[in-house]
Design a protein around this ligand. Structure first.
Ligand SMILES: [Fe+2]
Ligand SMILES: [Fe+2]
Length: 404
């Protein structure tokens, strides 16, 4: 299913022999596990290092347009507000899109599948048909001068993206110089590696997305009766991933939380309709029956060797425990509550507050944030609430994208 890379498959252009060892290092770096986004960030960094480019951008072809997916600029890091990781992409946010045509250099390169090496973007011969789009420089004040714009072409000969390297630097950091023919050959070699890696990463992403989609759909079955859109579990899942990542859990664990947390309420499958959808307050017996969804969920998920299902079991059991020990089902306290359960508690309550339910209206976003803050030390882990508040920008994006 995946293509492997070796020196024979690279088809390196002539002039890159000296850089071959470096390219093999790039190759092994690009073959590290990770999402397509991480791969592209890495690709851009490696390509910039090899040719001493101060800045760079990667575009991917998406529905016959070029979508800006990553950006780096050593001189102006503030300009590099790239789209957030994959998950935000999935909630239909997208970076800048440009047409595959002559109105921009990247568009031209994508269309004609030929690289461009430009010494001064503001002084191109009038005879050329490609244009440099100055709008980005105008809005940011950053001055583009030299450029290497390279098509990313896969084995089928299709353009999958464009690598744009900006402003060649000399070792002292000045950029009043130009990319060389050799730089271009090296960038072409990196591009040929990258196209294979992008294809592999996209296959992995597709597989992961289909797993996530299956989990979301099955988990929605448990939510259907009191949330007929099933969006609650989606938002909770993305909130959990955001909190985990910002808490320093690392990409792999954050991904497992993303996959596991949709199943937090799977035990609701065993709760009678009369209780689950009751509009008024629950009696003591009904409340106790409702609380059983934690234990039921853990039973459904119990005993799996799969780390996603094992974490889902832990979350299902612990997501209603409270930091001060007043939660259920076990009345665990503080760090005795497993971390994923503590993360899900913040995400789940926040989403319940901002959602309309049969028995209540939705709180406005900022009021819900204040209510979470009020739960520090009683309901929630104080440290995780700090993390949640510091990631407020990301939380708001997910909230807006996934709320009708
Ligand atoms: Fe629950
Ligand atoms: Fe929930």
């Amino acid at each position: 299913m995946s293509d492997s890379i070796n020196s024979a498959s690279l088809n390196l252009p002539s002039g890159t022999e000296l850089a071959f060892g470096t390219l093999l290092n790039v190759c092994s770096t690009l073959n590290q596990p990770g999402t397509a986004q991480e791969l592209l960030d890495n690709l851009l960094l490696q390509a910039r290092r090899l040719v001493n480019a101060q800045a760079g951008t990667v575009f991917l072809v998406n529905h016959s347009q070029l979508r800006f997916v990553c950006c780096q600029n050593d001189a102006r890091p503030d300009l590099c507000v790239a789209p957030k990781p994959y998950e935000l992409d999935r909630v239909s946010l997208s970076g800048t899109r440009i047409s595959v045509d002559e109105t921009s250099l990247a568009g031209y390169v994508a269309r004609y599948k030929e690289p461009l090496r430009i010494d001064d973007a503001y002084n191109m011969p009038s005879s050329v048909c490609h244009k440099f789009d100055t709008s980005h420089d105008k809005t940011t004040g950053y001055r583009t001068k030299s450029l290497l714009v390279i098509p990313l072409i896969d084995r089928l000969g299709d353009t999958v993206g464009v690598l744009q390297l900006i402003n060649k630097q000399i070792p002292t950091g000045e950029t009043d110089t130009a990319f060389t023919e050799r730089d271009q050959q090296i960038a072409l070699a990196v591009a040929s590696l990258a196209a294979v890696c992008i294809r592999n990463a996209k296959l992995r992403d597709t597989l992961r997305d289909s797993h996530l989609d299956t989990i979301m759909r099955l988990s929605t079955a448990a939510e259907f009766r009191d949330d007929d859109t099933g969006q609650h579990i989606r938002r909770v899942s993305f909130y959990c991933e955001t909190i985990a990542r910002n808490a320093g859990c690392g990409p792999e664990t954050s991904q497992i939380i993303l996959f596991a947390s949709p199943m937090h309420d799977i035990g609701k499958l065993g709760i009678p309709d009369a209780i689950l959808t009751k509009p008024g307050p629950l009696s003591r017996e009904e409340r106790l029956a409702m609380q059983e969804h934690t234990v039921l969920g853990a039973k459904i998920l119990n005993g799996s060797d799969n780390e996603i299902i094992a974490m889902a079991e832990s979350i299902a059991l612990a997501h209603h425990e409270k930091w001060d020990g007043s939660g259920y089902p076990a009345g665990l306290r503080g760090e005795d509550i497993p971390l994923p359960g503590r993360i899900c508690a913040v995400a789940d309550v926040f989403d319940a507050l901002t959602s309309k339910r049969v028995y209540k209206n939705a709180f406005p976003f900022s009021e819900a944030i204040d209510l979470i803050r009020q739960g520090i030390g009683t309901h929630f882990d104080p440290w995780l609430v700090d993390v949640f508040l510091s990631a407020r920008g990301e939380i708001e994006i997910i909230h807006e994208a996934l709320t009708e």
